[in-house]
Design a protein around this ligand. Structure first.
Ligand SMILES: CC(C)(COP(=O)(O)OP(=O)(O)OC[C@H]1O[C@@H](n2cnc3c(N)ncnc32)[C@H](O)[C@@H]1OP(=O)(O)O)[C@@H](O)C(=O)NCCC(=O)NCCS
Length: 170
């Protein structure tokens, strides 16, 4: 299978924060942001694999900045590494300043999706070829995150997590 670049899967969703999507502080409800990120990541995973994709794991979410009611929020997702059937998706969340139009980073997240056939069985996907410096960095760290996710899910023995062990031996 031919390698694809992250730009081939990059997916951008822009939407407003409406009153029904906020918490009592009038900021975007965390679950609503998770759903928007899941949707963008799912489209990115589908664009990379051209298969049915399912969310296997939410590896990391950082709600660094509250997003107020009425904000214009952009969720940007792209595949950061492809393994055999699973893909790591990196998601950046931006908020647009009303007056200047300048975007600032509000949150980020990392999801894992798996490509499956009609019976739900994992299938092989194309490899990913990073192009920019940040894509290279995200690609390089993805194996470590995959191993951590598998260890936490009880699907890998800690002793087999070579990338994690290397972290502590440095
Ligand atoms: C995701 C799913 C297909 C994995 O099935 P499985 O039987 O564990 O399959 P495998 O063990 O062959 O794993 C498939 C791939 O997923 C990866 N994977 C599975 N669980 C993972 C986890 N928690 N974190 C990271 N990767 C994971 C495996 O490492 C493997 O990757 P690779 O093929 O790229 O090496 C299956 O668990 C599933 O269908 N889950 C439900 C998905 C769903 O409904 N999501 C929506 C939530 S409501």
């Amino acid at each position: 299978m031919e390698a694809k670049s992250p730009s081939e899967s990059r997916t951008t969703l822009t939407d407003l924060v409406l009153p029904s999507e906020t918490n009592p502080l009038n900021n975007l409800f965390g679950g609503e942001l998770l759903a928007r990120m899941d949707r963008a990541a799912s489209i990115a995973a589908r664009r990379h694999s051209r298969r049915i994709v399912v969310t296997a794991s939410v590896n990391h979410v950082a709600f660094n900045k509250a997003i107020p009611l009425g904000s214009v929020v952009t969720v940007e997702a792209a595949v950061s590494r492809a393994f055999k059937s699973s893909m790591e998706i990196f998601i950046d969340v931006w908020v647009e300043d009303r007056e200047s139009g300048r975007r600032s980073k509000a949150n980020e997240a990392i999801y894992t999706f798996v490509a499956v056939d009609e019976t739900g069985t994992p299938v092989h996907i194309p490899p990913l070829k990073p192009e920019t410096e940040i894509e290279e960095q995200r690609f390089a760290a993805a194996l470590r995150r995959k191993q951590l996710s598998l260890v936490l899910a009880g699907k890998m023995k800690p002793a087999e997590a070579t990338e994690l062990k290397a972290l502590f031996e440095e």
